[in-house]
Design a protein around this ligand. Structure first.
Ligand SMILES: [Zn+2]
Length: 226
């Protein structure tokens, strides 16, 4: 936990999609490891629907390199002391949500064992993608699976990542403000068409961005009458 400017202490405690529902508890430790306080809470069950994604063989063949995996793992596990972000966060684009957080993912009908770790927003190619909060750019580069991607450290455990861009406008180490343009929407990497997939991390755990910013679902295609 981190001391805040108002004298209070603050920290993020994420619940993962993969956590088991039921009673749980959290201990607050001193720096020496002594339990200062404990608190009970209940992880409520959520049902996530399944979604099949059709991928062409050349797209399905894309895989992350060990260097890419290390960079992304280091990003998720890093927690910096300085807090850049403030509530409320801003959505990175205006488009409606085509695929929400937590959907169980199938690729070409085969279960992947993975869930959708971010949200997809309908975003035409070339539309600017903006930082959801102040922060520091950790990476801005091309990845095999993620395409052109940007990762931001917002400080004190909050991070965000933006994928599949056609063009990047920021460089690692740069400080950005909420609303700054990071790049432009595209369909690079493992993507079937222009959209924005973005991810919110709380202490390295993928959390549902829709619980932080107001997002609207795209209308479902109405079933045709016979
Ligand atoms: Zn996605």
């Amino acid at each position: 936990m981190f001391a805040q400017s108002d004298g209070k202490k603050f920290g993020l405690m994420p619940i993962s999609v993969k956590d088991t529902p039921g009673p749980s508890s959290i201990d607050f430790l001193s720096e020496q490891g002594a339990i200062l306080a404990s608190s009970k809470f209940v992880v409520r069950a959520t049902r996530f629907p399944s979604e099949n994604v059709r991928l062409s063989p050349d797209i399905e063949a894309l895989h992350s390199t060990p260097e890419e995996i290390k960079l992304l793992t280091d990003f998720r596990s890093g927690v910096s002391e300085e807090r850049f972000w403030q509530d409320p966060l801003a959505p990175p684009v205006e488009g409606c949500v085509t695929s929400p957080f937590g959907m169980k993912r199938l690729h070409n009908g085969k279960p992947t064992g993975e869930f959708h770790g971010g949200v997809d927003q309908r975003t035409p190619a070339g539309e600017p993608i903006r930082a959801i909060a102040d922060g520091k750019i950790i990476y801005a580069q091309k990845f095999n699976v993620l395409g052109n991607a940007v990762g931001i450290d917002h400080g004190q455990g909050l991070g965000s990542m933006y994928l599949h861009m056609s063009e990047l406008k920021v460089t690692p180490g740069a400080l950005v403000k909420k609303g700054d343009v990071l790049g432009y929407a595209g369909s690079t990497g493992r993507s079937t068409g222009p959209h924005l997939h973005w991810v919110l991390y709380a202490n390295g755990v993928n959390v549902n961005a829709a619980q932080w910013v107001k997002l609207t679902s795209c209308p479902r295609p109405s079933s045709k009458k016979k």
